[in-house]
Write a protein that binds this ligand. Structure first.
Ligand SMILES: *Cc1c(COP(=O)(O)O)cnc(C)c1O
Length: 453
């Protein structure tokens, strides 16, 4: 580990979501990638077990995607989307509208999932102003939700570990509970779901006149620990939003583009959002493009003579970047040509069988999966669901062990994230799950001894 780039990385960088003291003890610099593997500067290869943080679809250095960028580069890299558009941004918008829930008819671009959500919040807020219902100014967000790291999205987020410190900077939002079956008292999905919907309805009865919108991740809370919502919850929330005249903002940043075995996770329940944020997989994991999709009704509320001041005054320097849009377009064409969504759905049944075996391990408390979006929760006691002491950092050490064994991922507390690229074959899935298994056995055995002493 004496590579000069390792030393430079320790000297100059400050990495996102990273305690740099941890990094200094276990540095890694990636140099190249091929298929579902990446290689570091020392030549060690790793399976990409978290799709480069939930982004990658077709593997690394996919020929068609590389070509799409090169081809676009021969024309132009970037102009702007303020007051004008460009070729790939326009074509991509058409494609996005074609594949997304039918009520969504307009695409507003940005560069990250957080921005896409932040824009959805501003659209919802201003929508009610523009249609002369200015009293609707507040938001309902889901407990344990995550929508990004800007101050706006932190305000509708509620993961204490990340968000608490910024409390004084946030705007207030109401928080509604999410049916977290494994951590609930009853452990009964239907009961959990109905209790949460009842609490939400009570809140809406009291407050709907001041509520602009509700924000919710689609089917799975990702950063909150891969919490899969029981059947009927998302559609139940949709019904309540309609009933109480509240816009529904669905966050598909993690779940969109085939990740859960549908093109968008809200299709599992036939839900039509009013606003939908997408990002991550949109470019196949290549370049930073995100988008907020809106209904025609919302779009029309902003459409008027300039002097009425209904314009959405929001934009970023690189919005609609041509290279990003070109690769996103090719990514979506590949989805069709390769029948990728159906393939993920099919392979995820096999993955389910592989993960079932992990359930037999003494410290695997719960395994949650929707498509290729999986969380393996490690606990001290399977009988009582008692967690390991937080300071043991069992999840973190398990992922370090996995790294040693040749696979990359990140933990969410003691939940190990497993989100392989969509193109992972059954054989590759098997090898990756074996690495997971070996790391879990080694680390949890060690901690058990320390823990009981
Ligand atoms: C990752 C994520 C975001 C934020 O996206 P960035 O591109 O990291 O800003 C928002 N919502 C969900 C559900 C996510 O998983």
């Amino acid at each position: 580990m004496s590579h000069e780039l390792i030393e430079k990385s320790k000297k100059y960088l400050w990495l996102p979501f990273t305690q740099m003291k941890d990094y200094d003890e276990n540095p890694i610099v990636i140099e190249s990638g091929n298929g579902i593997k990446v290689k570091d500067v020392d030549g060690k290869e790793y399976y990409d077990g978290f799709s480069a943080l939930w982004l990658n679809v077709h593997g690394h250095r996919k020929k068609e995607l590389d070509e799409a960028i090169k081809k676009q580069l021969d024309k132009i890299a970037h102009s702007t989307l303020l007051g004008m558009t460009n070729v790939p941004a326009t074509e991509l918008a058409e494609k996005l509208i074609e594949i997304s829930p039918e009520k969504l008819t307009r695409v507003f671009y940005s560069d990250s999932g957080a921005e896409a959500m932040e824009i959805a919040l501003k659209m919802a807020f201003q929508y009610w102003k523009n249609i002369e219902r200015p009293e609707k100014q507040k938001f309902i967000a889901m407990k344990n939700g995550y929508h990004g790291d800007t101050i706006g999205t932190v305000s509708i987020g509620s993961i204490d570990l990340y968000h608490h410190v910024y409390g004084p900077l946030m705007f207030e939002s109401f928080k509604a509970p999410i049916p977290d079956v494994y951590h609930s008292k009853s452990g009964n999905p239907v009961q959990c779901r109905d209790e949460c919907l009842a609490i939400l309805e009570k809140l809406l009865v009291e407050k709907h006149q001041e509520i602009a919108a509700l924000t919710i991740e689609s089917m799975v809370q990702g950063a909150g620990g891969m919490i899969v919502m029981p059947e009927g919850f998302l559609s139940g929330v949709r019904e309540l939003c309609s009933k109480y005249d509240v816009l529904m903002i669905v966050d598909e940043v993690a779940t969109g583009f085939g990740r859960t075995g549908k093109m968008f996770a809200c299709e599992h329940e036939g839900v039509q959002p009013d606003l939908m944020a997408v990002g991550k997989g949109i470019t196949g994991g290549y370049l930073p493009i995100a988008a907020t999709l809106a209904t025609e009704d919302i779009y029309q509320a902003f459409y008027d003579d300039y002097n009425k001041l209904k314009t959405l005054f929001h934009g970023h320097s690189y919005t609609g970047n041509q290279l990003g849009c070109a690769v996103a377009l090719e990514n979506l064409r590949l989805f069709e040509r390769e029948n990728l969504v159906e393939k993920v759905a099919e392979k995820s049944e096999y993955l389910h069988l592989l993960l079932e075996e992990l359930k037999l391990l003494p410290h695997v408390g719960d395994i949650r999966q929707l498509g290729f979006m999986c969380g393996i929760e490690l606990v001290y006691s399977k009988e009582t669901n008692e967690p390991f002491p937080a300071e043991k950092r069992v999840g973190y050490h398990t992922t370090l062990k996995m790294r040693e064994l040749g696979m990359l991922t990140r933990p969410l507390g003691d939940v190990i994230v497993f989100m392989p690229p969509h193109v992972s074959t059954k054989e590759e899935l098997k090898v990756m799950v074996n690495i997971l298994k070996e790391a879990i056995i080694e680390v949890t055995n060690g901690v058990k001894e320390v823990g009981t002493r």
